[in-house]
Design a protein around this ligand. Structure first.
Ligand code: PAF
Length: 293
């Protein structure tokens, strides 16, 4: 007779749900002389996340991945409710790359009733994503600082895919003297260039094809700069045009920024980062590419 129970994968990774359990894991790892590597995630994991765990395993004796869909970084009309929650699969994947502990708290324990202290993000949070998603980075800095404290992390790993987020976190760590080293790991792309993202699973086949417009527009920016174009506005216009030609439904932004300050670049005199946020169907996608000259 077939087994009617839902199959829960057997994993070696330990899952903890409370701050107290996490602290006791961290204390034990520290007493064993291990450095703590932290990989904050919102779950719905893909190869990009796993590359962060691998980087942490390479460098740290003890790796903690967190899985928490953080409500405070979503705007009122964003996809918090429908954000993919795939815990069983996530645990399997985290186990497969040798994660030691997964911290998966519930909302109430992270934001208990009466919670009202937030981290005001640095100025580099203001342009680009900051303009399109007011309050987003305040939610990110708040949860990330909490996770740094809870996990007592020595090193924390973030993907370059969220370029501005990584810069915001680096700046927060600098400004508030947080004793954590922030590592930013390369974007992992599909064979055709699409940046891996938890939100790619919202796309149907036709939209998945149109989503390639982001990578093609970034590649165009890179090629124009390589060919000698030094006018930031002209490159930004070409990026917009390419996105439109290739059928994205709405562009939030596409342009060049200074890789450190995130200010838009008028004249290209050094390395820049090309940044895009665009909608394909109901899905908002972001991508970026660092361009050296
Ligand atoms: O990049 C993400 O998945 C989230 O913004 C993070 C860093 C886990 C904070 O919720």
């Amino acid at each position: 007779m077939p087994d009617s129970r839902v199959s829960v994968p057997r994993t070696n990774v330990r899952v903890v749900e409370t701050a107290a359990q996490l602290r006791s894991e961290v204390t034990a790892a520290r007493s064993a002389g291990k450095t703590i590597g932290l990989i904050p995630t919102m779950g719905a994991l893909h190869e990009g996340h796993l590359s962060l765990v691998r980087a942490a395993r390479h460098e740290c004796g003890f790796t903690i991945a967190t899985v928490f869909v953080n409500p405070t970084q979503f705007g009122p009309h964003e996809d918090f409710d429908k954000y993919p929650r795939t815990m069983a699969k996530d645990l399997e994947l985290l186990d497969s790359v040798g994660t030691d502990v997964v911290f998966a708290p519930d909302r109430q324990s992270v934001y208990p009733s009466g919670f009202s202290t937030y981290v005001d993000p640095p100025e580099i949070a203001n342009p680009w994503e900051g303009q399109c998603r007011p309050g987003h980075f305040r939610g990110v800095t708040t949860i990330v600082l909490k996770l740094f404290h809870l996990a007592g992390a020595d090193v924390a790993y973030f993907g370059q895919k969220d370029y501005q987020q990584a810069r915001v976190i680096q700046r927060m760590v600098e400004d508030l003297d947080v004793p954590v080293v922030v590592r930013v790991c390369p974007i992992v792309r599909e064979a055709d260039g699409l940046a891996m993202s938890s939100r790619n699973r919202y796309l149907d086949a036709e939209q998945r094809n149109r989503a390639l417009a982001l990578w093609r527009s970034l590649s165009l920016a890179r090629d124009l700069v390589a060919a000698g174009e030094r006018d930031g506005a002209r490159v930004a216009q070409a990026m917009h045009d390419r996105l439109t030609e290739l059928g994205v439904d709405r562009i939030d932004y596409a342009g060049l920024a200074d890789p450190v300050t995130l200010q838009p670049v008028a004249e290209i005199q050094g390395p820049v980062v090309a940044l895009i946020a665009a909608h394909v169907g109901q899905t908002r996608l972001i991508d970026n590419l660092r361009i050296e000259i």
